[in-house]
Design a protein around this ligand. Structure first.
Ligand SMILES: [Zn+2]
Length: 91
């Protein structure tokens, strides 16, 4: 059983809105953009960052532009995911 002949690319889920790249794909319950590739769910922000910048591991990305739907690599701030503290964010 095939899913379809037309392959959907990662880029097809990106809608450029102003300077932001708004994710049009799925979202997790936490509101994280999710890209599903070969039945594997991946964080779309991380995927986009790895595609355009470099491979990163053990980190979390947070949009600096305050738009949770934004996945543009330039708009992401690298946050260490090993830090479980729910500390206050810098102003
Ligand atoms: Zn943005």
């Amino acid at each position: 059983m095939t899913v379809g002949k037309r392959q959907i690319r990662f880029e097809d889920f990106i809608m450029k809105e102003g300077t932001c790249w708004v994710w049009k794909g799925s979202y997790s319950q936490k509101g994280e953009p999710i890209y599903i590739s070969r039945n594997k769910a991946k964080n779309a922000r991380l995927h986009c960052f790895e595609k355009h910048v470099c491979e990163i591991r053990g980190v979390k990305l947070e949009p600096k532009c305050k738009d949770p739907r934004c996945i543009k690599p330039e708009h992401q701030k690298v946050v260490k995911s090993t830090d479980n503290k729910t500390g206050s964010l810098p102003p």
